[in-house]
Design a protein around this ligand. Structure first.
Ligand SMILES: Nc1ncnc2c1ncn2[C@@H]1O[C@H](COP(=O)(O)OP(=O)(O)OP(=O)(O)O)[C@@H](O)[C@H]1O
Ligand SMILES: [Mg+2]
Length: 242
């Protein structure tokens, strides 16, 4: 598998503090790479640095072998990078279909339906009236119809019922199987690890685990540490695997 997205020694500062430190990461085509870590670990910041929402302080980000860290956000998007940001909302006053068309060329609503048939009966409904799950499907569909090579997903399950999250995960797996490189930040670690290929754990901005999802799933202590690391000294209990 080729590495569609590759990070080397990426550092990012926020408010004068370094919140992402020396991150190396490989996100291959056709795979789902899961990124876990406690609140404040730096997951969102890392995704924002990849898509160009924030600047990097140092390090390289390569998309299909080409350095992109100095490019503007829309130039990165044109090269195939799509980012579903944490807490991203729909355009409430537009219909479901209009939300899709605002993101991609006409006729693409049918493509969105292939992934989310549940949106069909909601086609002409204002997006603000959709359920939380339907809105999140719409947010995801908007990113997908832009035909990305790399898809960054930041906690798309936030605020959704567990049953809906369980329905969303296989869709993400299918995106990976269709050849997209997916970088998935997800609070429900077990669900993400069940559909993912490789995993990274961030603790205070640094990678403390890099391996397969199965390896991480088999290490409950490390997994638990990933969620405590922000508020306690759990970094001492997590081990580096590289
Ligand atoms: N706009 C900002 N200005 C200053 N500091 C920020 C800003 N956004 C985030 N931070 C800080 O950067 C660090 C990393 O935050 P980030 O949101 O990337 O973590 P996260 O892993 O995504 O957390 P969560 O699981 O809560 O979404 C935190 O210490 C946070 O307080
Ligand atoms: Mg976040």
């Amino acid at each position: 598998m080729s590495a569609e997205l590759e990070l080397s020694e990426v550092c990012v500062t926020r408010g004068g503090f370094e919140v992402v430190t020396d991150v190396d990461m490989v996100v291959p085509l056709g795979e789902i790479t899961v990124l876990l870590g406690a609140n404040g670990a730096g997951k969102t910041t890392l995704l924002e640095a990849i898509s160009g929402v924030v600047d990097t302080k140092s390090g390289q980000i390569a998309l299909d072998g080409l350095p992109i860290e100095s490019m503007r956000r829309n130039a990165r998007a044109r090269r195939g990078l799509a980012h579903v940001e944490q807490g991203r909302a729909v355009f409430a006053d537009l219909t479901t279909e209009e939300n899709i068309l605002a993101a991609a060329p006409s006729g693409s609503f049918e493509r969105a339906l292939e992934l989310f048939p549940a949106l069909e009966p909601r086609r002409d409904v204002r997006a603000g009236l959709l359920s939380g799950g339907e809105q999140q499907m719409l947010v995801l569909a908007r990113a997908i119809v832009s035909d990305p090579k790399v898809l960054l997903l930041d906690e798309i399950s936030l605020g959704l019922a567990p049953s809906i999250i369980q329905d969303l995960m296989p869709v993400i797996r299918r995106l990976g199987d269709s050849g997209i490189a997916v970088l998935l930040v997800e609070q429900f670690a077990a669900l993400a690890l069940a559909i993912g290929d490789s995993a990274y754990v961030l603790s205070r901005g640094s990678v403390v685990f890099n391996g397969t999802c199965k390896e991480l799933g088999d290490q409950p202590k490390l997994l638990q540490g990933a969620y405590l690391a922000g508020s306690t000294d759990a970094t001492d209990r997590t081990s580096t695997n590289d």
